[in-house]
Structures are given as C-alpha cells and as structure tokens.
Write a protein that binds this ligand. Structure first.
Ligand code: ZN
Length: 258
C-alpha cells in the first residue's frame, strides 16, 4: 500500500508538471497571436466601421482620399476608376453591393446587375427621362465581370472602344451603356439618340452620372462614347461638369498635385 501511495504522489507530480507546461505553451501561443493579429485582421477583413463611413458618403471620400489608396478594401476607393495603365488590384474583383436590375423603370434586352447606389440613381434618372420622352432609359450593358469582358475582347471590339479585361469601368459595377450604338457618329447621327444624349448631358450629373469618354483618345484613352455613363455620385459628377473636366483629366490632376 505505501508503494501505491508513492506511485499516486509520483503520478500527481507528473500530471502537475504537464499541466504547468501546457499552460506555459498556451500562454506563449496567445502572446504570439496577439503580436500578429492586427496585421492579419487588416489584410483579411477591413475595419467594418471605416467601410461603413466611407460608403455613407462615398463621393466626399473619393475627392479627399489619397490617390494611392488602391486597396479596393472599400467600394469608395478611387481605384474603382481604371484605365489602360491602371487595373484592379484583384483580377476577380467583384463590387460589394451588386444588385440585379429590376426593369420597372428601365428597359434592356438582357438580365443585368449594377452597384446599388448607381442602380437607385439610374432608376431616378429614368423616371425623369420618362417624363420628357414617355419612355424609360434603355440599358445596353451594365456590370461586366472579367470573363465577360475577356469574351467581348476576344470577339471583335477594338482597343479604342473596348477596355481590355481587368481594365473595364464596367467591372466596377458603376458604368452603364445606354441606348444601342457602336460609334459616336452612329449614335449622334440617330435623331432620337441625339436628343437623348442632349438630355443626359444636361441632367445626368444631378443623378451622379458622368460621360467618361468625352474628350477623345488622346485624353480619355478611348474614342468618344456618348452612350457610356459612369456613376460618380452627384457631388463629383456635378463638379466635373462645371469644370468641363473628364474623370480621366481629374484623375491625372490629382496624381500631379500629390
Ligand atoms: Zn461602356
């Protein structure tokens, strides 16, 4: 029996030693984790409260944000603007707030998606358009993902009219092509389209839409596209209209003034 007592004591001592070692190991793991956690959190999921603030008033943040902020962690990043030499940091970038387009106040030949704010504004604009022309706005194209744009490029579209996949404003979920056309002449020679464009030119900025490609390829990198409108929120779209500046010019000015 005494030997059993001794064995029990030995066993308790061994267990205690394991327990202390386990606790030390756990403590060490926790310390390591707390050292690396802040970076891990930043990379994997942006601070939701920051994102909420940015999305609350995105145009203000587009104007004031550092041009270097190309993280795309929020949909308010200026790097949602892209052109021939700037592409998304993520090839598979999908906007956070895509919504299926409902055709109550818009018409189209196919199902489509658009960022929520852009879609809400487009619907408001289409209601105003309807008052003038007794018909809703016709959407030819809206959100296009990387694969879709790659498909377009592989078929027929020249670089002067269609962005390469990974570079298209349509991948932002903010751009729409309105009314069917393939060249500026084709669009403006059509009396109906021409009157639609005159109306859009006068009113689109109120609804946050900007004609991205209006100053020819030397400035905007693409031929003029009277059908292509990009949502920039009303504050920035109105500012650009007043200053007769395309978004590309604005973007360069921001880069130069850094
Ligand atoms: Zn377009």
């Amino acid at each position: 029996m005494p030997s059993l007592v001794n064995n029990d004591m030995l066993s308790i001592k061994i267990h205690a030693r394991y327990l202390i070692l386990s606790m030390m190991f756990m403590g060490w793991l926790l310390a390591i984790n707390s050292l690396f956690a802040p970076w891990a959190t930043q990379i994997k999921s942006p601070n939701p409260s920051v994102e909420k603030t940015l999305l609350h008033n995105p145009s203000q943040n587009i104007i004031s944000n550092d041009i270097n902020d190309c993280s795309l962690n929020t949909d308010a990043s200026i790097c949602r603007f892209i052109w021939n030499k700037v592409h998304f940091s993520d090839l598979k970038y999908v906007p956070l707030n895509l919504k299926a387009v409902k055709w109550d106040y818009l018409t189209s030949s196919k199902p489509s998606k658009l960022g929520k704010e852009a879609l809400d504004s487009l619907i408001s604009m289409s209601k105003a358009f309807h008052k003038e022309f007794s018909k809703p706005i016709f959407v030819v194209s809206s959100y296009r993902d990387y694969a879709y744009q790659a498909g377009i490029k592989s078929r027929w579209c020249p670089d002067s009219l269609c962005a390469k996949a990974w570079f298209s404003e349509h991948q932002t979920g903010l751009a729409v092509d309105l009314f069917e056309a393939s060249t500026e002449k084709d669009f403006l020679d059509n009396k109906e389209h021409s009157s639609y464009f005159t109306w859009l030119d006068a009113h689109a900025a109120e609804y946050g839409f900007h004609n991205s490609y209006q100053k020819w390829a030397k400035i905007d990198w693409y031929d003029r596209e009277p059908w292509h409108w990009r949502y920039l929120w009303a504050e920035l779209a109105t500012k650009l209209e007043k200053e007769n500046e395309s978004f590309t010019q604005y973007y360069y000015r921001k880069i130069k003034s850094r």
